[in-house]
Design a protein around this ligand. Structure first.
Ligand code: SF4
Length: 228
């Protein structure tokens, strides 16, 4: 289903609260992802099929870092976690904690607003089988670093899953080898920001009961405690 009728004219920066930290629509830096992007554009010309921009509040105190766009979620709709299984729990939790206003309808035109929170991805482009390779994570970290640098009010960064945890740790200047990942693990960055890790709210983790809503809410309760 087409979500945006003039997709090819829209740059990720046009939709982002931190435009200076966004990749261009045809970012050429990861050859494997560029090839996959071309294939997706040919198969689904009405989809977003481009680096997915950040979504949320530029004045956010809380940044959430996901892994990468899902094929039928953010890669299709152009908004992080929008239209896929993982987004149902993430947006429900943001609404429950007063970090979002409106109604989440899995559609970038649903009018949902984030207040005090912003969502970024470690890798902005859709990777085959949802698995970016280390070089792609390293390359796209330039944008993650620029995004976190632009978000001067952010106090807490929630990383969803181990890959996002490592990317966010590096972006915050933490040594990944000494930065513990675990559900609820918190690490303080050199600038005082807190990296708080969470299991990813993926379909797999929820179906296998590695993560449920109560466990996920615990992370946001902890983030609120760590805010000050
Ligand atoms: S993943 Fe990031 S660095 Fe790589 S092509 Fe996409 S936007 Fe560019």
């Amino acid at each position: 289903m087409p979500y945006r009728s003039t997709l090819v004219q829209i740059q990720p920066a046009d939709l982002s609260p931190i435009p200076e930290a966004e990749a261009p629509r045809d970012c050429p830096l990861c050859p494997r992802l560029v090839l996959f992007r071309r294939q997706c554009r040919a198969e689904h010309p009405g989809w977003w099929n481009a680096p997915v921009p950040a979504f949320g509040d530029r004045g956010a105190w809380l940044a959430i870092v996901g892994l990468a766009p899902g094929k039928h979620g953010a890669n299709r709709t152009g908004r992080p976690f929008t239209g896929d299984f993982a987004g149902e729990l993430l947006y429900a939790t943001l609404l429950k904690f007063g970090l979002a206003e409106g109604e989440y309808r899995a559609d970038p035109h649903d009018g949902l607003r984030l207040t005090g929170a912003i969502i970024l991805n470690a890798v902005k482009c859709l990777p085959p089988e949802n698995k970016p390779i280390p070089e792609e994570i390293r390359t796209c970290r330039t944008y993650l670093e620029a995004g976190l640098a632009a978000l001067t009010n952010v106090r807490v960064v929630i990383a969803l899953g181990q890959i996002a945890h490592v990317a966010a740790a590096r972006a915050l200047g933490l040594p990944p080898s000494g930065t513990k990942f675990g559900h609820g693990a918190a690490n303080e960055a050199p600038d005082g920001r807190i990296l708080l890790s969470s299991y990813h709210c993926s379909r797999y983790n929820q179906n296998t009961r590695k993560l449920d809503a109560a466990m996920f809410e615990m992370i946001f309760e902890r983030a609120l405690q760590l805010r000050n």
